[in-house]
Design a protein around this ligand. Sequence first.
Ligand code: SAM
Length: 403
Amino acid sequence: MDPQTLTELLDVSVLDRLDRIDELPAEELARSKALRKEGYSAEVTAGLLTQAQLRTEAATKLGPFAEDMLFTRDGLAQATRLPVAAHHARRLLGESAEGSRIADLGCGIGADSIAFAGMGAKVTAVDSDEVTAAIAAFNLRHLPDVSVEHARAEDIDTAGFDALWFDPARRTIGKADKRGSTSRITDPEDFSPSLSWVVDKAIAAKAAGVKLGPALEHELIPDEAEAQWVSHAGEVVEVCLYFGEARQRTGRSALVMAERTLLVHEDDLPDDDEDGIGELGSYLLEPDGAIVRAGLVTALCRPLQARRLHPTIAYLTTDVEPSGPAAAGVRAFEIIDTLPAKIPSLRKELIERGIGSVVIKKRGADIVPDQVRRQLKLPKGEKATLIFTRLGGKHVVLLTNPV
Ligand SMILES: C[S@@+](CC[C@H](N)C(=O)[O-])C[C@H]1O[C@@H](n2cnc3c(N)ncnc32)[C@H](O)[C@@H]1O
């Protein structure tokens, strides 16, 4: 969005129209015609339609806050989900949040700052992009003790803050496609600000957090940090590096935020992989993606009485249905049978069992699920989950039902 369109959108009467846009027909062309008839320019009409659409999409990340916010498509894509932002706020501000001074250096549309301010902190939110900073100022307008600056993080004097929060931009804008989306930057020195600058600042701070993409290589984790991978509602959303008072323990941890919450830490790993590789049991366990990314799969072996099937494949197996807190860290599948991996034999076995619809999962198997489904050409029948993996050196297909 260009600054001119944003200025026009920020007009009180235009914002009021946006808040009441549901009074107009839902269908886009009819809605657009109605807005034009009311006298809005083509640019403002397009802006209103986009904002209405983005508010709807944002509800899954930001709940009811979204109804009162403005967005850019990129800003929404990069925004932290509200429950995860609340977790960041708890880690960074702890018990003494009220009145603490925190700088959000690269605040985007302001999702993390909403959580910091919501806990009573004094927030300085900074973004180097003019439109994004203006949108953050709008989104944070009702919260007390928040100031928003259009500036580069590198130009901010960080002395005097109790905590620093960094969420460096990790996507390039240069290669934007027609829908305005962007592509991922792989070299951390090309993040904005760069990872090395951010880490230096974070190490020097009283408390600091750095949000990064979950694919972060473990070698890049500084010795001073705790690296916590987070999944929310089944999706791995980030790894966050915590420093100083925001750090609980150094090393790697995984936080599963779902119906039940589970925290797994490197210290929970068995000594010397004592739980080892074993025979296929009655259940196959698929560990949560945050646990897999953190390299902590074997930490689940003891609490779930489980073992690995293969040294490099992130599946576990067990003879007992998972229960207790660690069960929140896996999806369990009851194993009905082991079937051959070759398509003609597999097809025959499935048809004999009356199976006509399959969900396909895979780890350690070089297959394309959609292609396999097409090749199987199953007639109508029961539903089942097929898991393509390896047992010892052999490729197998496990016929399962999710527990
Ligand atoms: C990943 S987004 C932040 C998202 C934010 N945490 C949220 O939840 O809404 C990163 C932001 O950093 C901004 N940015 C990039 N380089 C910057 C810099 N050098 N200084 C300040 N902000 C910067 C980008 O404009 C972008 O809005």
